[in-house]
Design a protein around this ligand. Sequence first.
Ligand SMILES: Cc1cc2nc3c(=O)[nH]c(=O)nc-3n(C[C@H](O)[C@H](O)[C@H](O)COP(=O)(O)OP(=O)(O)OC[C@H]3O[C@@H](n4cnc5c(N)ncnc54)[C@H](O)[C@@H]3O)c2cc1C
Length: 387
Amino acid sequence: MTGILLARQGLTVRIFERQCHPRHHIGESLLPATFPILAKAGISHEELASRYQPKFGARFYDTQMDRITTFGFESHNTPASTPSLQVLREDFDSLLVERACTAGCLVQENAEVTQVDYKSASRHLTLTDGSSCGFNFVVDATGQSCMFARKRGTRQLVDGFGHVAVYNYFVDLPPHDQHDPRYITMYVFDGGWVWLIPLAGGVTSVGVVLSRRCVVPGQTAQDQFDRVTATMPRLHRRLQAAKATAPFRTIADYSYRVTEKHGDHFLLVGDAAGFLDPIFSSGVHLAISSADAAADAIVQTLKHNNPSALPQYDAYMRRGFAVFERFVDWFYHRHLVRDLFFMPNQPANIRQAIVDILAGYVWDLNNPLIKTLETSHQAGKTQCATV
Ligand SMILES: Cc1cc2nc3c(=O)[nH]c(=O)nc-3n(C[C@H](O)[C@H](O)[C@H](O)COP(=O)(O)OP(=O)(O)OC[C@H]3O[C@@H](n4cnc5c(N)ncnc54)[C@H](O)[C@@H]3O)c2cc1C
């Protein structure tokens, strides 16, 4: 995405991708705030809506109290961006690559970058086949591989969020009113949560996220999945009637901060710049937002010689990341769902503030919840029920 935006501004862009698209990737549920940025890159909501499953909002099911609450994006101030979409990532990511080529980027697949020399006068990167490529500026978009952050020791694991995710794709999942296919549904239980994400073509992505204390050592991925879903009888019955279409996959230890998102001649975007537990589907939105802000910062740096553009990019991404991180922290440590999502007589402005964060508008300083997240973080102890 950074490449598309830079190429559209006349810069020469080369993209190196170690895999070959289409390739499997997790992360299907998108947020409404992402679509205006995609439109800037020439990818319209209309075009995407013709390919993918509409998403009208997010539902949280409290399994302990057997109650459900729905946050619909239609109440957001910018209805033009609704509904959001849930995408098959291998298809969506291939579309981005195709658009990068159309925009003029030179894309090389099966091309793993092994080394980047950004310090010497002859800045260049090296690929596995030994070939190299010079550059003026390099963007690390290596996702959870975090190429720069691992090498520079700036990646810090965030403990206390979800530890392991186990997921699969199902067809023929029997319908149920707890699972309206127009919404992403999260089943919340003590020690984790389960996602149900309907995709186009009758496929449903189902994943179990477990806190560290709830993982049973030695159990296979499928055993962990079955053990958790068996505690939710209605969901379990439906899953038993459905067909899993792939082997169960596992991802662990995926929440981390990256303390440095730029330096001389380099900048980090997307998961390479930090990643959070996916409870609020923030990953793709942060990735696309960072690509947008990064492209502006790089143009300011290279074309206008503006020395504050990269630090400003860094500060901007920290602010958006921090809002989601504090919201996730409330989810795991402060009964966000019980006390705030199911708050009795919930004031309309608070409901709106929740919807706006769930829709991805995390840079909106007029959002009262974003202000409270900031204050409670500074105080370190305010309960979310006092919002
Ligand atoms: C369990 C789970 C569920 C999730 N669910 C959601 C969701 O519902 N919604 C959502 O928005 N997000 C979700 N996410 C997050 C989402 O997957 C990521 O935030 C998003 O894909 C980040 O995009 P990216 O472009 O930064 O990285 P990626 O999409 O991972 O792309 C990085 C690319 O870099 C390539 N690469 C890596 N190293 C090299 C190298 N050395 N040389 C060349 N190429 C390299 C990789 O092959 C890859 O194609 C979820 C994440 C997890 C773990």
